[in-house]
Ligand binder design. Structure first.
Ligand SMILES: [Ca+2]
Ligand SMILES: [Ca+2]
Length: 267
């Protein structure tokens, strides 16, 4: 009788311990998933079809103007790596997914032999409100006829706003906090001694939030509306590096959870 009661009591205690550990493990894995999703960003290009609307061929990297609609190239298909290292991103127009964005010629088909790199789209599909810092360098237009790297940022003064505006310049960026910045940065570069740096954050955690790092005149922008080739197996590429501040709440919760679990296991 005594032995049986002891056995039942032990079993109840051990089931309780097991359930508490399982609960803690579930909480930690959920926290890890949250911290992981906070790092998810995607990068795409917006190309303005200046040739389709009668705009002139002014040469790669020069001001191609604002005629024509804008098509997305491989919309939200490319993950932006936020590990603080430089990575090469390339969009091949042959075989690309084309999605209409805005304007008269935006019809899901890339038209004309040349156009303008109108924007770099960065979608915050992890839904974080923490700030992202993005650097780009060596923006290049290439096709079967050759390659031209125009976005080296070597010729500009530090902090100059060149080729692309800050994330909250365009009204189509969603929920970008005030205080976003864009400018030439002399502290890091993929090549040479300068790159171009963006910093911004979103005010809500909607996973549809995105920033339109747009070209276009105004705001003291140097060398806007960079012309690129669309013909002859054309592609546009640039080097980029990005960092996102880890979620302080998530990281603190994760640390506390692991510490609690370790304490329990030692008992
Ligand atoms: Ca089109
Ligand atoms: Ca450079």
């Amino acid at each position: 009788m005594e032995l049986t009661q002891f056995g039942v009591r032990s079993a109840i205690i051990w089931v309780g311990v097991f359930l508490r550990i399982m609960k803690k493990l579930l909480w930690i894995s959920a926290t890890l998933a949250l911290a992981g999703s906070a790092m998810a960003w995607q990068v795409s290009l917006g190309i303005r079809e200046t040739n389709a609307a009668g705009g002139l061929d002014v040469g790669v990297g020069n001001n191609g103007g604002t005629a024509g609609g804008i098509e997305w190239i491989n919309l939200d298909q490319t993950t932006l790596i936020t590990d603080g290292a430089w990575h090469l991103y390339t969009w091949n127009f042959t075989g690309a997914t084309v999605t209409g964005f805005a304007g008269g010629t935006a019809n899901g088909t890339l038209q004309g032999n040349y156009g303008v790199l109108e924007n770099i789209r960065v979608r915050n599909n992890g839904g974080t409100t923490n700030a992202i810092t993005l650097w780009i360098d060596d923006v290049t237009s290439a096709n079967d006829a050759g390659s031209t790297t125009f976005g080296t940022f070597e010729g500009y003064a530090n902090n100059a706003v060149a080729r692309f505006q800050r994330a909250n310049f365009s009204g189509s960026s969603t929920n970008v906090a005030g205080g976003a910045t864009a400018g030439v940065d002399g502290s890091t570069a993929y090549s040479g001694s300068k790159s171009y740096k963006f910093n911004w954050s979103h005010t809500t955690n909607a996973t549809t939030n995105w920033a339109r790092l747009t070209s276009g005149a105004g705001g003291g922008l140097l060398d806007p509306n960079s012309m690129v080739r669309l013909d002859g197996n054309a592609r546009v590429s640039f080097w980029a590096k990005a960092t996102v501040v880890p979620e302080p709440a998530s990281m603190a919760a994760l640390g506390l959870g692991i510490a609690a679990l370790l304490r329990r296991r030692r008992k």
